[in-house]
Structure formats: C-alpha cells, structure tokens
Write a protein that binds this ligand. Structure first.
Ligand SMILES: Cc1cc2nc3c(=O)[nH]c(=O)nc-3n(C[C@H](O)[C@H](O)[C@H](O)COP(=O)(O)OP(=O)(O)OC[C@H]3O[C@@H](n4cnc5c(N)ncnc54)[C@H](O)[C@@H]3O)c2cc1C
Length: 395
C-alpha cells in the first residue's frame, strides 16, 4: 500500500486545491439554495457541472477526447478528497458519471461512447438508473419490463421504481427482459432510452425527508433504437453486474465524506448542552466518538488498499460488497450519533431558530437509512460476501 504522494500527484493535488479555492464563491452560490427550491437548485448544479467540465475537472480519469484529463485513479481519489473538503456541491449527474460512463467504456460501442460520454461529463444529459421494479428489487433478475424487437427498434413496456433523479432525467439505462423463455438471469438486455421519448412517463415520489426527486417510470410501448443495447442482446445481466460493481465499490463511499461528518459531529459534541455541561462530557458519547474515529480510519485505510490494487491493474470483484456494507452501516451509525448529540434539537426544521445546519442533520439521518438499501441492501451484500467472497454454501 502506498501512502507517499509522488511529486506529480502532489502537484495535481495542489492544482485542484488552488482551483477550488479560486471558485469558492461559485460553490457558495450553488449551495445557497435548498432542495425545496427544486428546479432552481438543480439548474445551479448543472451550471456548476459545466464550470467543472470547462476547467477539465468534470471527469478527471476519462480520456481527453471525452472531456477528461486522463488522470490516474490515485489522482481521482485526490480530487474527490479536495472536492469534499472544499464542500463542493453533490455531483448531480453521478449516475451517468460513476455508473453508466465506466460501463460504456467497458461494454459500449464506439458510437455509444461518442454519443454520450462528453454529454454526461458536461451535464447536457442527466442519466437515471432503471433497474428496480415493484416486484424486483433485491431479486433483480425477476424483472418484468420487456423490450420487443420491431425493425430497427426495441419497444419497451413496463414499470421501474425508486428512480433517483427521475424528475430531472433526460436518459435512462433500463434493464429489460428481451427473451422471456430463457432462464431468469439470461434473456435480459441493458438498453439506453431517451426519457423524453413518447411512451415514457415520469411520476414523482415523495420521500420520508420531504424531497421529491425520486420517480416511478412507466414505459408504454416506448421506442429506442436497437443500437442502444449495451453489450449483446440477452446478455445484459453481465453488463448490469459491472454497473453494480461500480456503484458498490467506488464513487459513493469516499473516505473524505465520512471524515468530514465525523469532524462535524465532534464539533457538535463540544457545543451541545448536556446536564449542565456539553455532550462531550458524557462517557457514552465519548466512547461512540472513539468508535466512529476507529471506523472512519479503517475505511480510509481499506480504501487506500483498494486504490493501490486498482492502480496496479487489479479489478473490483464481489469484494465491492464489503466496501458498500461497511460504509453504509458506518454512515448510519455516524448520523445516529449526531442525532443523540443534538437531542431534541435534532428535529428542529429548516428555518427554526436554533436549528443546527438549518435542519439538515435530521434530513441526512433519514437519508442514511436509504444508503443501507440502494445498490443492494445490507442483507444482500452479506449474501454476496458469504457466497462469492467466502465461498460458503447457499443453504
Ligand atoms: C435512496 C434510494 C435510491 C435508489 N435509487 C435507485 C435507482 O436510481 N434506480 C433503481 O433501479 N433502484 C433504486 N433504488 C432501489 C433499490 O435498489 C432497492 O430498493 C433495493 O434493491 C431493495 O429492493 P426493494 O426495495 O424491492 O426491497 P426488497 O428486495 O423487497 O427487500 C425487502 C427486505 O427483504 C430483505 N431481503 C430481500 N431478499 C433477501 C435475501 N435473499 N436474503 C436476505 N434478505 C433479503 C432486504 O434486505 C430488505 O430488508 C433506490 C433505493 C433507495 C432507498
């Protein structure tokens, strides 16, 4: 495992840090609007993505021809670290950037890469992930949305659910059954579909924290060209597993994110009143902060080990489930700790006097429950680890 930065990587980090510092006002401008302001905040995020892209920071590891700068994985990790520290806005097109784009680089055709990669990086196309259905979540291979070949097109009919960013989406990568007679994991295809095409209907879903960025997507004989199938027809399961590997193993669980949450929780413990003193005096809170420090440190070291392995040409296998299980459960414990430190103040809504971070802690606590569900629930990750990493029998 390498801890020392090469001179080239150190220069890269300094360049990122300098650029983010120069753009601090712009970052504040984007973050100044709440999600309640819906479209306005979204447009500021999009505008920010274009600024990143134009400066060459939109997708640093991608080849230059698609708007990247051909940076290494170590440099990608350095970029994310600096970005999180500078409180850079969430990457609004993260499903396109982190899931679809690397999948297209491995399984897509030259035409598909040409058509979409730069548009993803520049946020000209917002992408959604159309995997889950009302009766196909953990058991994804039970999906029933079907795509039938008709001339040069596939015609899609069915329903997807829990589609993140569904209300903003332009394009969606959909898992469809193309051969109903094949065994469950066969006969599925991974298809790109324009969400503005006739026959695609988006119905927003309101979440427990009040956001309505999710959606159900209904396909009623929606047409998409057959050239939009990624990988071979009926072989989409293999493509989807690549995508899930990226979702579980990289992108979402950056150590810097959790280090920042922990720093903020420690700060809260020093300021939150408790029994005539502050929460930091409480032995149970102190024990949990120490435990959280250990966990975030382990995650950081384990991420560095994964990075070193990838940088040496290794690949992400089912071990990605270990990463996902670890960070999502750690995140939930961190947010629970914040709730217990804040006590009754935790639930003060946005705009209330005395609400910490304008009520965001509570919203993040609720969202952390979701991290143990999306990209495969904790139980599903444990099944994968048991069967595919440890080689234990199924029964
Ligand atoms: C915030 C968020 C964002 C999401 N975004 C997207 C998106 O953009 N696109 C998309 O396609 N999907 C998305 N999802 C859906 C997500 O992938 C599914 O919710 C998830 O796969 C679980 O499926 P399910 O909800 O149908 O639950 P179910 O599969 O019905 O599971 C219910 C419960 O049973 C347990 N369970 C199920 N099977 C087993 C088993 N074999 N062994 C042990 N326990 C089991 C589960 O762990 C869970 O506790 C999102 C979900 C969330 C919460």
């Amino acid at each position: 495992m390498d801890f020392e930065l090469s001179p080239e990587d150190a220069a890269f980090r300094d360049e990122v840090r300098g650029w983010l510092a120069e753009n601090r006002d712009q970052i504040e401008h984007v973050r100044a609007v709440n999600w309640e302001d819906g479209g306005e905040r979204f447009e500021r995020y999009r505008e920010w993505e274009r600024i990143l892209f134009d400066a060459g920071w939109g997708a640093v590891t991608w080849p230059k021809e698609y708007g990247g700068r051909g940076a290494s994985l170590v440099q990608q990790a350095l970029f994310t670290d600096e970005y999180v520290r500078a409180k850079g806005p969430d990457r609004i097109n993260r499903l396109g950037l982190n899931l679809l784009a690397p999948t297209l680089m491995l399984h897509g055709t030259a035409e598909q890469r040409e058509a979409h990669l730069s548009k993803i990086a520049r946020c000209d196309e917002i992408w959604c992930q159309g995997f889950s259905e009302p009766n196909a979540g953990s058991d994804l291979a039970s999906l029933r949305t079907r795509a039938v070949r008709d001339g040069d097109d596939f015609v899609i009919t069915g329903q997807k659910i829990w589609t993140s960013l569904g209300v903003f989406g332009d394009w969606i990568f959909v898992l469809c059954r193309t051969n109903p007679d094949a065994p469950k994991h066969k006969g599925i295809s991974f298809i790109l579909c324009d969400m503005h095409a006739p026959g695609v209907e988006v119905r927003p879903l309101v979440q427990i924290n009040g956001d309505a960025r999710f959606a159900e997507i209904f396909f009623t004989e929606a047409r998409t060209p057959a050239s939009n199938v990624v990988g071979a027809v009926d072989e989409g399961w293999r493509v989807a597993m690549t995508t899930l590997g990226f979702e579980r193993g990289t992108g979402l669980g950056s150590p810097a994110v959790f280090n920042r949450i922990l720093d903020e929780v420690v700060d809260l413990t020093r300021r939150s009143p408790r029994d005539g003193g502050v929460a930091a005096d409480d032995p149970d809170i102190r024990r949990r902060v120490a435990q959280a420090y250990i966990e975030t440190r382990i995650f950081e070291l384990s991420s560095q080990r994964t990075l070193t392995r990838l940088a040496k040409g290794g690949t992400l296998g089912p071990e990605a489930s270990l990463t996902k299980l670890y960070w999502s459960e750690m995140e939930a414990r961190l947010e629970e700790l914040a709730m217990d430190v804040l006590g009754p103040r935790a639930e003060l809504a946005k705009g209330s006097p005395g609400a910490e971070r304008n009520g965001d802690w509570y919203s993040e606590y609720l969202y952390a429950r979701a991290s143990m569900i999306f990209a495969g629930t904790s139980e599903v990750q444990k099944n994968v680890i048991a069967q595919r990493v440890l080689g234990l029998p199924r029964e």
